[in-house]
Design a protein around this ligand. Structure first.
Ligand code: R5P
Length: 277
């Protein structure tokens, strides 16, 4: 049975349909003091909890779903379409926690196995004390891209070049390259242009996450006279005024997946996740 978190209901439904498994009609409730509560009406032997942890509340909800599922099922599998706190994969200053490790430890206690889509670094899978499978869904972002002649698939930093290559392979043609990025603050980045020719050429910028939009809007502003600019990302977090920043920078369209359910989530990762269940 597929057990959806409140923020992952569309993806959970798509997975249930693909796998031919029932979809639990989970009830999400809140007490007067603000504490939340969930109820899973029933489950079968294998419960697959599908929950992006976009907020602190979503983390608590996931722990509750796992605990309730474990009462009824023999096996609990946890699918984290988007794992919150994944970018805090080290202590940046003395005295800070490794937050990704802290949440991974908590999630571990309620599950037999974890599967997560394009974690910021695959190394965060090692923070779980149960098996954790990282799944790459970047290739699926090729589907909604318009027809392009000799496109350039550009990653904002060297770490994202594999995403650009996956997407280019999914699209079937085009060149790949990457910028050099230096993060100044959490909302400010510096980007050094690549040598790739962008004049009158369609450019697809690809990254794992678009959060504040600073990376993609700064990258767009470095492109010299491109024909069209498309932004593709696995996790369209799109916090604060990210969409406005991207529009003002000259981005023509944004394509994301349903690891985070937003208006731009035109691609489902369900087939990629289903392959690993
Ligand atoms: C960080 O290295 C990630 O890969 C993304 O580049 C980053 O999370 C994007 O954040 P923002 O949209 O706030 O620039």
């Amino acid at each position: 049975m597929i057990v959806p978190g409140s923020a992952s209901q569309s993806l959970a439904a798509a997975l249930a349909e693909l796998l031919g498994e029932p979809l639990a009609a989970v009830e999400y409730d809140r007490f007067a003091d603000g504490e939340q509560l969930v109820r899973i009406p029933d489950t079968d032997e294998r419960a697959i909890v599908v929950a992006s942890t976009l907020s602190d509340r979503a983390h608590v909800e996931l722990l509750q779903l796992q605990d309730a599922a474990a009462e009824m099922a023999d096996e609990v599998i946890t699918v984290l379409p988007y794992m919150g706190y994944g970018r805090q994969d080290e202590a940046f200053e003395t005295g800070q926690p490794i937050s990704a490790r802290a949440v991974a430890k908590a999630i571990t206690t309620g599950t037999d196995r974890v599967l997560t889509v394009n974690p910021h670094e695959t190394a965060i899978c090692e923070f779980f004390d149960v098996s954790c499978t990282p799944v790459d869904a970047a290739r699926r972002l090729a589907k909604p891209l318009p027809t392009m002649d000799d496109p350039l698939f550009l990653a904002p930093d060297a770490g994202a070049i594999e995403l650009a290559t996956s997407l280019r392979d999914g699209y079937g043609s085009g060149e790949t390259d990457y910028f050099e990025k230096t993060r100044v603050t959490d909302t400010d980045v510096e980007i050094t242009p690549s040598d790739a020719e962008t004049h009158d050429r369609d450019v697809v910028l690809i990254d794992d996450i678009v959060a504040t939009g600073s990376t993609m809007s700064t990258a767009t502003s470095q492109l010299e006279a491109p024909a069209r600019v498309f932004v593709a990302c696995v996790h369209p977090l799109l916090a604060a005024n990210a969409r406005t920043q991207l529009a003002n920078a000259g981005v023509d369209a944004i394509f994301g997946t349903d690891t985070i359910e937003r208006p731009v989530s035109s691609v489902t990762v369900a087939p990629t996740v289903a392959e690993h269940l």
